[in-house]
Design a protein around this ligand. Structure first.
Ligand code: NAD
Length: 333
């Protein structure tokens, strides 16, 4: 349990050091309640118990493609997650890993459970079927004394939580409609995110998108002028709102537009919650994100807000699996 850490910064690990993992480290840099001590990529990991420097870590990864090159804290490994679990003292991890294949995150979580590690885990998983796999691990997580918060990115995450709050005005929820706009300067900065988005396009699935080479992804994006337009996506916002007792999953829809060649958002990300009040009026609440906020800001901020909330639960002996729709994130100072 994270009780001995009261009044001390939480020691944070970030698994996956791509687009989101690097942004996560940048988000943490100015914080005093959390200290970034560990990170892993596919070929290595870095660990320093007094905190890693984000600029040198990003440089090592950008120039040489692995944290293993980070002097003097890096180590090369093909089993980097396992090695961190064995060698690092970390209170909470943000799992910024690709979920490719669609069972990958659940496999990583089983690895955590087997290792005997205790603490808080937070993910930014997207697919309903991926969250369903975690639900099956609920009692094992509880027994392992792990507090796990799933779906804690932007969508699912921030927007799902906003829907859960907005729902309180209504006696019955008719629909929750999430529409996201993402603008990134180049797709290579977020390879897994883009592959996972391609997997939602007609004619594609997770396996097909996973097996596409970088060249094939670039060729596809050439055909669409860099734009991915997605609708009726399999997104876990639906199961999370259903589990929270807000509405059936069939009332939740998610779609959006990703521009992979322009950091400007192609449209304003928003969630619309339509329902009937106790007086019988039908109305819609809309929560719109500021256009200047990036995907990285809207994923990593909430992820650590939920990690802080998870640490509070963990310190009170509350373990198991929770979603972003049932716990309020806490602001990290
Ligand atoms: P990326 O492709 O930029 O980086 C992935 C990182 O994971 C790389 O550093 C890679 O080396 C590392 N990695 C891969 N396999 C590994 C392994 N076995 N062990 C250790 N490290 C490993 O990924 P990204 O674009 O930052 O996306 C990360 C995840 O975040 C994706 O699953 C994406 O869907 C999710 N995401 C969620 C939201 C949301 O709002 N919920 C938004 C954006 C992205």
């Amino acid at each position: 349990m994270i009780v001995d850490r009261v009044n001390q910064p939480l020691r944070i690990g970030v698994l996956g050091f791509g687009g989101l993992g690097q942004a996560a480290a940048r988000v943490l840099a100015p914080k005093s309640e959390m200290i970034w001590t560990a990170a892993a990529d596919q070929k290595g990991y870095a660990y320093c118990q007094t905190g890693l420097d984000v600029n040198t870590a990003v440089e090592a990864y950008r120039d040489r493609h692995s944290l293993g090159y980070l002097e003097p804290y890096g180590t090369f490994s093909n089993t980097s997650i396992q090695d961190l679990l064995t060698n690092a003292a970390v209170d909470g991890y943000f799992l910024a890993l690709p979920n490719l294949p669609n069972t990958f995150m659940a496999d990583v979580v089983r690895q955590f459970i087997r290792s005997g590690w205790q603490g808080v885990l937070v993910d930014a998983l997207k697919r309903t079927s991926a969250v369903e796999q975690l639900l099956e691990l609920r009692s094992e997580l509880q027994q392992a004394k792990i507090t796990y918060l799933t779906g804690c990115g932007a969508t699912p995450g921030l927007l799902t939580a906003a829907a859960a709050v907005a729902a309180q005005s209504f006696a019955e929820i008719h629909s929750v409609k999430i529409t996201f706009g993402v603008g990134i300067a180049n797709w290579e900065a977020y390879r897994a995110t883009i592959r996972e988005d391609i997997a939602h396009m007609p004619g594609y699935d997770v396996e097909r998108a996973r097996n596409m080479s970088d060249r094939e992804v670039a060729a596809l994006l050439d055909k669409t002028n860099g734009i991915l337009a997605l609708e009726n996506m399999e997104h876990a916002d639906d199961i999370m709102l259903e589990l929270a007792g807000i509405c059936g999953r069939d009332r939740v829809t998610v779609g959006g537009v990703v521009d992979t060649r322009n950091p400007k958002k192609p449209l304003s990300t928003n969630v619309k919650i339509t329902g009937r009040t106790f007086e019988g009026k039908i109305s819609t609440h809309t929560f719109t994100l500021g256009d200047e906020t990036s995907m990285a800001a809207n994923v990593c901020g909430p992820a650590f807000g939920y990690l802080k909330a998870g640490a509070a639960l963990n310190g009170r002996g509350i373990f198991g699996l929770f979603t972003a729709a049932e716990i309020m994130p806490q602001f990290v100072r």
